[in-house]
Each structure stands twice: as structure tokens, then as C-alpha cells.
Ligand binder design. Sequence first.
Ligand SMILES: [Zn+2]
Length: 393
Amino acid sequence: MTDIMTGNQQLVKQINKKLVLESVIKQEPISRADISQKVGLNKGTVSSLVGELIEEQFIYESGPGKSSGGRRPVMLLYNQNAGYAIGIDLGVNYILGLLTDLKGNKIVEINKKITVHHYEDVLLILQKMIEDLIESAPMGRYGIVGIGIGVPGLVTNSNKILVAPNLGWKDIELQKIIEDAFNIPVFIENEANAGAYGERIYGAGKDYNNIMYVSAGIGIGIGSILDGKLFTGMNGFSGEMGHMVIQVGGKDCSCGSSGCWELYASERALLDEALKAKLPQVTKETLSIELLLNLAENGNEDVITIFNTIGMYLGVGISNIINSFNPELIIIGNRLAMAKKWIEKPIKKYVNVHAMGYHQEGLSIQFSQLYNDAAALGVAALSIENFIKIKVQ
Ligand SMILES: [Zn+2]
């Protein structure tokens, strides 16, 4: 009996310590008395746990805070510089690497365009980027606490990349390779899941618990936050709604099906349509979303029409998602979010027409707040959480 109690006490202490740290992270600056009140632990317990957390450099004391009378309490703050995390967004035509502190503030950013897709070539660029980010990190008690990598493909719950069709990758043990190279915990996550998580923790989704994040890049993926948690499905493969069929007998898709949503509503669809339109300024060589945004900005009606059409198809697909999940927030993210000015109206118009009225009550449709950083910040956040889970005990 005594042994069981001891085990339980250890577990209870660990849970309480995390609660104390969480309340500092979420509500800093905060006094010991306020923590005690908010988490429902007595002051002695809070003081002892706070002492350990200060010793371990997770939190620190600042000057006195406001008091309603009597002695001013000492305030506690989260030590965001106790360690640093690396977040990588491995895109189809770029790699973005961020070094963040423990609050997700960007310290260093490296952005590289890539034209190679072969796994070995990409790996060399990726490893060099991680080396540079590690080297650029300031000193902190815990150093680099984790490396997160978002990839455009199917990632199992055990971090294996099964397939990344737009990169041409299959069965890649990226986690093991990077962990072996750097001896730091590594997380691999689907980029849409990563983006959803980034927005939930640091961006547009902070105040929402049921979020569908639409990652509209070269392909389309959905990241789902359900009841405040990232939902990945039984094996980690949820959210492949870019391949929901919106056109029977439509265009052939690399997934083996046809008529998939992403063939009509993604960045690739945009580029294909722009090329087909044979606009004088647009050639295979100059073609990019940046060029099209520029042309639209200069009032090019043909390009604006193409953006509107992409917005219409996005709106149609998003309506299906709204009817299926009844989310409180839709976030449109990734590269097409740059075209907000031209796609927002048609998206909202077609959602209004096609989503069920009851589902539209209280629904908010927003664009990414973190822009292109969402996925990198999301995997960095996952790494930080894992680190705290392991270290705080
Ligand atoms: Zn498909």
C-alpha cells in the first residue's frame, strides 16, 4: 500500500508542478498567491513547487507587482530563454527554418528556395540549415530542446514519412536520421497539422477550440483542432481533404483518383490556369504566385478573374468541411493566403451559398496570422511542449 501511495504522490506532484508552470506561462506575471487560488493548491505546496521551478530556471522572480494593500507580492515570470526550439517547414519549393525561444518568439529565420526534390539533396540542405540554426542559438540552460519538421505528406503517428507526393518521397525515416545526426529530439508532422497547431498556440486560433486550418499551397491539406487538441486520426493521416472529390470525371490526380479539390483550388491550380490563359506577361519561366499577385495589384482583370475562380473553388470545398465538422473557426493559410485581397470575397460568398445555415451561426472565417511561419512555429511549439512534458517532474 505504501509503495502505491508513494508512486501516486510522485505522479500528483508532477501534475501539480506542471499546473503551476502552465499558470505562469499563461498568466505571467503572476504571484504565488494567485497561482494558489487559480490552480486550487495550498500556498505551501505552490511555494515549494515554485522553488523547484526557479532552481531549474523555468521561471524567475521579478520586481513586486500591484497589490490591493499591504506588502506587494513578488511576481513570477516564465523564462523563455531557458532553451530554444527549431521549427522547419519543408515545402515543395522552399525550406523555412526558424529558431524560437520557449514562447515561440522568432530569434533567427533562414529561408531557402529549393529546386531539387531528390531526398539526398534536400537532406543536405536541411542538415546545413539545422547546423546554422543551432550555431546561432544564444546560450540557455537547456540548449536546443527539440527540432520539429513539417512536411507536405502522410506522416505516421510514429513520425515516419510514408509518402510526400509533391516531393516524390516514399518511406523516409527522417526523424531517425536527424536525431542521429544532432542528438536532439525530433518531431515530424504533416505541414497542415503543424500549421493548425501553430495558429492555435500563437496565431488566429488562440481563442478557439474547434478549428479547421486550410493549408492552401501547391496542394491542399487540412489541420484539425477538435476540442482544443490536434486531431490526427488513427494513424496520423486525417485531413487529406485536398483529395475530396468535387468534380466527378474531373482532372486526374497524383493520388490515383480524379476530380480532387486541390486540382481546382490550390496554388498549383492557380499557376496552371494562369499559364492556360496565355497572358503576355506570364511564361513558364516567369510563372509564380508572386508575379500573379503583382499583376492583380496592377489591375490585370484576367489575373483577378483567375484568383476569383480559385476563391470560388476554395469556398465550395470549405463549405463541405463546415458541414462536416461544424467548426467555430476556419483559417485559410499557406501561400494562397497571400491572395486574401482577391479570394476572400468569393470564399465567403460560396460558403454562404453552400454551407448549411445552422453551421454558419457563430462561424468565423479568417486568414492566417502567422502567414508562412505557421507550420514552422507549430512544430517548434510541439517540440517545446514535449520538452516540458519530459523535463518537469
Ligand atoms: Zn487526389
